[in-house]
Write a protein that binds this ligand. Structure first.
Ligand code: 8GP
Length: 820
């Protein structure tokens, strides 16, 4: 790209690495461990980043540019070194330098711990968005929490998931910078006091506990454009240095409590995806990072502006799901209690500065905080929420006079609880879903009342993924092949990949393309051998489902189908069957028993099938331990088939579907989330679609009348598979082990109806879709075409496209150029 200066030359770089080893560890190259070399290289790269970082912030200040603050409890950023080297276009020179010092760059990269500050889709999306914002030259901050322990690491022991604390900071994280000078105070508890100021009541908190919020900044490096945005994650420290006087006053108890509060707040990420647990500490985490982020944002704004009323012209707060929704009353508090505005003015600003993205329609994910807890922890904030609610109900009354039922349905405070999604909707100027169908469901069902009140707020922003990480970095062979054919513009403009369409009909190109796929399968096979000790054949069909374990994502349907296939092969050993490797990767929330039992089932099935010599390796089942961003990169590149089989209407968007597509794996999936848009782009003939539609699912849920027992009774093969769950076939030592799964499908348990996610209902359609896959795969030439068409049609699923839409419709940012 024009204007990019290669700053690093090899000799200087080598010297820097050597110096870093000396100053960091008192070692020379011959004594250094791989971890030390990784750190030394990372610090050398960081030095380059810093120059760009400083230049970027100066350019933003000079331009007086509007910024987006992306508020999110989760940022699943993945490893930084590899991506940073690519973004700076310094990978080659660094590789050479490292090799000349006697090391292998891939091994060095493997020394980096994934900062796993997120659970799954929502956190990874936030990371893709930051990458795109930087690459597209938009001023942005990510605001989050510096969890000392990120997403747990998963060990599989005896087939069961075991959670191991993720001590990612143990060796130090070279890319972060502590910014003590921006520390601020966040207050919890106590009560609200009033005093008169200029004839008006002034509210303030008394007798509270404080925490000191300390920011750590992580650089988000744009691709080849010198832009470095900031991901600011907050850590909690005890405040004692602010208030040593409390010791003097003998207020020792409070000081100890504050120490404890500080110790716990940023300790650990809640490992729940699409599920809300209602823990007090979680609400503390939310207010902690929101208050710190907003205080800092306002302070920064006031450094270059006199009039706080101008705020929405320069700042927009995007709330990533409802977790950051306390931003609404916190902004009101700052504007009224600290800036002295009245309610109307403060509300006019707040409701022009806040926007909300919804990521799930699963009711169990909806955040509702008990009033008792909320008001005890955040007394002033709760007062403000009460007033927001009071005025909001008046607004509803005005538009729908006398409609009490509607007010009950929409009240922000209701039935002893604060409903966070409703507050987000009431206050935001924009409400968006993350795929077309998801936004439609929000408008027609989940948030229907809010849509009727303010339809103009609603808009769709279909998710996207960054091609820099999930193709350029994850699949270098394919990336190079693409660049050789269409140039490298696709790296920052993914719509370019449609130019690959012309190669679909070229036999030689198809061979090359499939050869790359094969090499990536060999890479994954080696990974599996190393990590799981299972030998898999890279010539078999790699059929992959990697995502969080959740009943609605239906990993259970997938493994039941594998059991079904195994029965078939056992009954008909000579039936034609092309070898398959069924690959799973999934973490289950630590307290989600059925999800954990499903992991055990997958491993139990794997045990039986993988060790049955009589089937000649026709089926292998692999559960990849500790699925995370860095293993994901290897997996997507190697997949033949992308399993996207959620119960229609439940998966808001999905994003792994896009990563598979880009890497040339056709989707085997339901018409759900972004699958629908994927199929529209690539054509139904280049995907394998099956099962109930969202409408059918919703109808059946509402009308009832589904009885899976009918299927069980009528379908012998399905019955046999289900019986194998309770006759010890896969658990001879404890035939009852999988009883809960069996019950969940046939009788229902814990008050749920049976087969909530319509697994049996969709099973036959799913099996039939698999048969279509096998048939298609057998036609090698046509299969290659399908794969290539998937890559070529992936253009719209770049997060660059998504971000441009957010900018155009919601954020209204302007691009800023940085010249060194
Ligand atoms: C996920 C959705 O399940 C997924 O379909 C979507 O692609 C992704 O968000 C990004 O939009 N939702 C969550 O991860 C989620 O709701 N997590 C919160 C409970 C932590």
């Amino acid at each position: 790209m024009a204007g990019v200066i290669k700053k690093l030359d090899k000799e200087t770089l080598k010297q820097e690495i050597i110096n870093n080893l000396k100053t960091l560890y008192r070692k020379d190259v011959s004594e250094a461990t791989l971890q030390m070399v990784y750190q030394a290289v990372a610090y050398a790269v960081k030095e380059d980043v810093i120059d760009n970082w400083i230049a970027t912030q100066k350019a933003y200040d000079k331009a007086g540019a509007k910024k987006v603050y992306y508020l999110s409890m989760e940022f699943l950023v993945g490893r930084a070194l590899g991506n940073t080297m690519l973004a700076l276009k310094e990978e080659d020179v660094i590789r050479e330098a490292v090799e000349e010092l006697g090391f292998d760059l891939t091994e060095i990269e493997d020394e980096e711990r994934d900062p796993a500050l997120g659970n799954g889709g929502l956190g990874r999306l936030a990371a893709c968005f930051l990458d795109s914002l930087s690459t597209l030259n938009y001023p942005a901050y990510g605001c989050g929490i510096r969890y000392h322990y990120g997403m747990f690491r998963q060990k599989i022991e005896n087939g069961y998931q075991k959670e191991i604390p993720d001590d990612w900071l143990k060796n130090g994280y070279p890319f972060e910078i502590k910014r003590d000078e921006y520390a601020c105070e966040v207050k919890f508890g106590g009560y609200v006091a009033t005093r008169m100021e200029n004839g008006n009541p002034h509210f303030y908190q008394k007798n509270y506990q404080s925490v000191r919020a300390v920011p750590y900044d992580l650089p988000i490096v744009g691709y080849g454009n010198h832009i470095v945005n900031t991901l600011r994650i907050w850590d909690a420290e005890a405040i004692t240095s602010f208030r040593l006087d409390s010791f003097d006053r003998g207020d020792y108890q409070r000081a100890v409590e504050e120490q404890n509060l500080a110790r716990t707040i940023s300790e650990v990420l809640y490992p729940n995806d699409n599920h809300y647990s209602g823990k007090e500490l979680r609400l503390k985490q939310q207010y902690f990072f929101i208050s710190a982020s907003l205080q800092t944002a306002i302070k920064k704004f006031l450094q270059s502006h006199d009039n706080i009323r101008e705020l929405p012209n320069y700042v927009v707060f995007q709330m990533n799901d409802t977790h950051p929704t306390v931003a609404v009353p916190e902004l009101m508090r700052i504007l009224m209690d600290e800036q002295g505005l009245g309610w109307e003015e403060a509300w006019a600003i707040t409701s022009k500065a806040c926007a909300y993205t919804n990521h799930t329609i699963m009711t169990e994910a909806l955040e509702k905080w008990p009033i008792e807890l909320f008001s005890r922890l955040l007394p002033r904030i709760y007062q403000i929420v009460e007033e927001i609610n009071r005025r909001f109900l008046l607004e509803i009354e005005h538009k729908f006079p006398g409609d009490q039922a509607r007010k009950d349905r929409m009240a922000i405070i209701h039935d002893g609880q604060v409903r966070m999604a409703f507050m987000a909707c009431a206050a935001s100027f924009s409400i968006n879903g993350v795929a077309k169908i998801h936004t439609e469901i929000l408008e027609k069902q989940t948030l229907r009342d809010f849509y009727e009140l303010s339809p103009e707020k609603f808009n769709n922003k279909t998710n996207g993924i960054t091609q820099r990480r999930f193709l350029l970095h994850a699949n270098p062979l394919l990336a190079d092949w693409i660049t050789e054919r269409i140039g490298d513009k696709w790296i920052t403009d993914l719509s370019e990949v449609k130019k690959l369409g012309v190669y679909v009909d070229d036999k030689k190109s198809r061979q090359e393309y499939m050869n790359i796929k094969y090499k990536n399968k060999v890479r994954l096979a080696n990974y599996i051998l190393e990590h799981n000790g299972i030998v898999v054949d890279p010539r078999s069909i790699f059929d992959v489902q990697v995502k969080r374990l959740h009943e609605y994502k239906r990993q259970l349907m997938n493994i039941l189908h594998v059991m079904y296939l195994y029965n078939k092969i056992k009954d008909n050993p000579d039936m034609p069957f092309y070898p398959h490797t069924f690959i799973f990767g999934a973490k289950a929330a630590a307290g989600y028993h059925r999800a954990k039992l499903t992991i055990k089932l997958i491993n139990a099935v794997a045990d039986v099938i993988n060790n049955d010599a009589s089937i000649n390796g026709k089926i292998k089942v692999v559960f990849i331990e500790d699925y995370c961003v860095s293993s994901a990169e290897i997996i997507f590149a190697a997949a033949d088939v992308s399993e996207q089989i959620s119960t229609a209407s439940k998966e808001a968007s999905g994003t792994s579907n896009m990563k598979f597509m880009l890497n040339g794996a056709p989707t085997l999936g339901t018409m759900d989330g972004a699958n629908i848009e994927i199929v529209k782009e690539v054509g139904e003939e280049n995907a394998f679609i099956f099962g109930m539609s969202a409408e059918e699912v919703i109808q059946l849920e509402q009308n009832g009348g589904y009885n899976p027992m009918h299927i069980f009774n009528a379908d012998q093969e399905i019955r046999r598979v289900l019986m194998q769950l309770i006759n010890g076939f896969y658990s001879p030592d404890d035939p009852e082990r999988f009883r809960d799964i069996y019950n969940s499908l046939l009788t229902g348990s814990n008050g749920d109806r049976p087969d909530v996610y319509f697994i049996l209902k969709d099973f036959r359609a799913y099996a039939e879709a698999h048969e279509r896959v096998d048939k298609a795969y057998a036609d090698e030439e046509n299969w290659a075409k399908m794969c290539m068409r998937n890559t070529a049609a992936a253009g719209p699923f770049s997060s660059d496209r998504t971000i441009e839409e957010y900018v155009r419709d919601i954020w209204h940012l302007k691009k800023v150029e940085v010249k060194l």
